[in-house]
Write a protein that binds this ligand. Structure first.
Ligand code: SF4
Length: 696
């Protein structure tokens, strides 16, 4: 049985947090109740290394704040009070039904998460579209990787975060990391960079902050926030001017070069220096390092992606790869470092507003017909694409009256968070399924306590497109149900008679059929194969080995050629001005994960990173009369946040940085701008204009 254990002495599984999905073994603790984490040196991605989040992951299983019984809001007292599962599920069914009957099916919405397993993401999408009949479903992954996904699709015809395994990163000649602080966000991945440099490869890091990752670099470029697109075009300009393009590759394997070339030539180095603040000699050094290496890669993360021009920004970096013949060839190419635990799989199986399982498009008649047949319904039953995550949240209390949230905490993680919180409060009905009383769950009418990573089985797909098996290691506490059981029980109450499997392996088998023939084809993957091979790369059609490396024989576009993007620099939606003279950029710290709903409740992690801070340059601190640790107020057009100053020479003096893991007065997302990328609908988390002053 693939789920039985995985090792003779423990349960082989994967970390519940980031997209690296490190392998680990869980064993009953020698020190008492609970589980111990031990390393799995044989797992090829992290080779035994784990960060503090992974090492402490079992702590949340037995945390005192763990929810172990459903909560229903008492209408008289206004408080959440313990209830039976029947009472809670009846209340959810009633709340959702009442909204649909009074205002139509699209008055009910679903908000999912990029940490949900493939089986849960698949079931949530099916539940929304078939049982609720609503088009209104999206998820927090829209805030995470959607710009890279859109750019990947546009250029290559297929989006898999990394089109090659991580081992290739260690063997490339020059690695460009754009807006990624992987030393803090996924530390075990640093081993690939160490190996790259040991082999003589070079590392360029592009980040407005001198992060722990940037400290490893041979060249660190520190552009103004929101100018990565211009930076890429400036480097491409120099590559063209120096005659270092690969004309044979361009002619044979791409389309659209004349327009892309013209756009790059309009971004001459001195102009790019003015836009980005990066001196021309550094641009020249980057172009030379990239071209001098026999192979090169560009990997982006949230820095260039979480912008209102994120898709075009990623497109500009892809253009650089294409113009130099550094894509679709061994040890070269473009990739995205996905963030959330199932950031890759979570976007492939139908919880995204515009997609069906297998990464099929909801507005494609053939895709609708295929999935409808697997689901045993008429294709006309399937709703049209719905709104993107921020647009959906913005409509709460307007035409959306009831919401079901699973695996997400938008009160902390959404942009313009105070507004989103007000929209959540304006709903007629809110139900939240979670493991703890998150800030979003605290607003709910009904809270459903669900099982955690080590208490149930399921698959995730890591940043390489490697489908992995998380095995159940312990029983959930009494009073807790799995998300799949919750969806099944709700489906029954809402009159769905065709069954809604609660067994993850049964769901996966249905997912395989639904994905068969689609871009993300899982039909050849089974729990048994994953167990035997320690992960299988998609696309993997029935009878196939899986695909470790994409695009070597051609791109996934209709003509097999990659498409250059015609892109030009444009300012961010909000640039500094007299009233708000500084840039704010946001990000993560080592000991916390996403909205912190899980990691803030793990004592060791909380001690390591107990609260938010405002990172600022000593010159700016001196101007403001602020010392290290003094409270500072950061104000944007959307609100005000207060947190202690952290003075650092590593940040530009026109920029302040805040991590976004905390609620309350230090909530960074109170400040962020929900201006959306026109293609991906990604909000501009990484750039907005703020005023900073000493807080009194
Ligand atoms: Fe978990 Fe990511 Fe840390 Fe690995 S790097 S242990 S997957 S949080």
């Amino acid at each position: 049985d693939a789920l039985a254990s995985g090792t003779a002495t423990g349960t082989a599984t994967h970390c519940p947090y980031c997209a690296l999905q490190c392998g680990m073994t869980l064993r009953p603790s020698a020190a008492g109740p609970g589980l111990d984490v031990t390393e799995r040196p044989d797992f090829p991605v992290n080779k035994g290394a784990l960060c503090g989040k992974g090492r402490t992951a079992p702590a949340l299983l037995s945390a005192r704040v763990r929810l172990t019984e459903p909560l229903v809001r008492n209408r008289d007292s206004g408080r959440l009070e313990p209830a039976s599962w029947d009472e809670a599920l009846d209340a959810v069914a009633e709340g959702l039904t009442r909204a649909a009957q009074a205002h139509g099916r699209d008055a009910v919405a679903v908000f999912g998460g990029g940490g949900l397993t493939n089986e849960k993401a698949y079931s949530l999408g099916k539940f929304a579209r078939l049982v609720l009949g609503t088009s209104q479903i999206d998820y927090n992954g829209r805030f995470c990787m959607s710009s890279a996904a859109a750019a990947h699709q546009r250029a290559f015809g297929l989006d898999r975060g990394l089109p090659f395994p991580l081992e290739d990163v260690a063997a490339t000649g020059c690695l460009v990391l754009v807006g990624s602080n992987l030393a803090e966000t996924m530390p075990p991945a640093l081993r690939y960079i160490t190996e790259l440099r040991r082999r003589g490869g070079t590392l360029i890091v592009i980040d407005p902050r001198r992060t722990r990752t940037a400290e490893q670099a041979d060249l660190h470029l520190q552009p103004r926030p929101g100018t990565d697109l211009a930076l890429a075009l400036g480097i491409l300009h120099l590559v063209v001017a120096d005659g270092r393009t690969d004309e044979a590759f361009i002619a044979e394997r791409t389309t659209g070069w004349p327009q892309a070339r013209a756009a790059a030539m309009a971004h001459w180095p001195e102009l790019v220096e003015r836009i980005t603040g990066v001196p021309v000699p550094q641009l020249r050094a980057a172009a030379a390092m990239f071209c001098d290496a026999p192979t090169s890669m560009v990997l982006t993360a949230r820095g260039p992606e979480q912008q209102s021009k994120g898709t075009d920004t990623v497109g500009a970096w892809i253009n650089l790869c294409l113009a130099t013949g550094r894509a679709g060839r061994p040890l070269s190419g473009y990739g995205c470092l996905t963030g959330q635990g199932n950031g890759q799989g979570g976007r492939e199986h139908g919880q995204k507003a515009d997609q069906l399982p297998g990464y099929r498009k909801l507005d494609d008649p053939a895709a609708r017909a295929h999935v409808a047949e697997v689901w045993g319904v008429d294709p006309d039953v399937l709703p049209a694409p719905g709104r993107s995550a921020y647009e959906l949240l913005d409509a709460l209390g307007g035409d959306i009256k009831a919401l079901l949230v699973s695996g997400s905490n938008p009160v902390v993680s959404a942009p313009r968070a105070a507004h989103v919180e007000r929209r959540l409060r304006a709903l007629d009905f809110l139900a939240v399924a979670d493991v703890v009383l998150s800030e979003t769950a605290a607003l709910a009418d009904v809270v459903l306590p669900v099982a955690q990573w080590a208490e149930e089985s399921g698959t995730t797909t890591n940043l390489e497109g490697r489908v992995l098996l998380r095995r159940k290691a312990v029983e959930p506490p009494p009073g807790v149900r799995t998300d799949l059981e919750v969806l099944g029980a709700l489906a029954t109450r809402l009159g769905w008679e065709k069954g809604f499997p609660a067994d993850p392996q049964e769901v996966f088998d249905e997912l395989r059929r639904a994905s068969a023939g689609g871009p993300a084809d899982y039909s050849g993957i089974s729990y048994r194969r994953i167990a035997e091979e320690d992960g299988v790369f998609w696309p993997c059609a029935e009878g196939s080995e899986g695909t470790r490396r994409l695009f070597l024989d051609g791109f996934a576009t209709p003509d097999g050629r990659a498409r250059f993007a015609e892109v030009s620099h444009r300012p961010s939606a909000e640039e500094p001005d007299a009233d708000y003279p500084l840039y704010l950029t946001t990000g993560r710290v080592l000991a916390q994960y996403q909205s912190g709903a899980q990691t803030r409740r793990v004592e060791t992690l909380n001690k390591a990173a107990p609260g938010p801070f405002v990172e600022l340059h000593p010159r700016l601190a001196a101007q403001l009369g602020v010392g290290d640790g003094d409270p500072v107020a950061v104000t944007s057009r959307r609100g005000r946040a207060v947190a202690p100053a952290r003075i650092s020479r590593g940040i530009r003096d026109d920029t302040v940085f805040m991590p976004f893991h905390w609620p309350g007065e230090g909530r960074a997302n109170t400040l962020t701008n929900p201006a959306l990328d026109p293609t991906s609908r990604m909000p501009e988390f990484k750039v907005c204009a703020v005023r900073v002053e000493a807080a009194t």
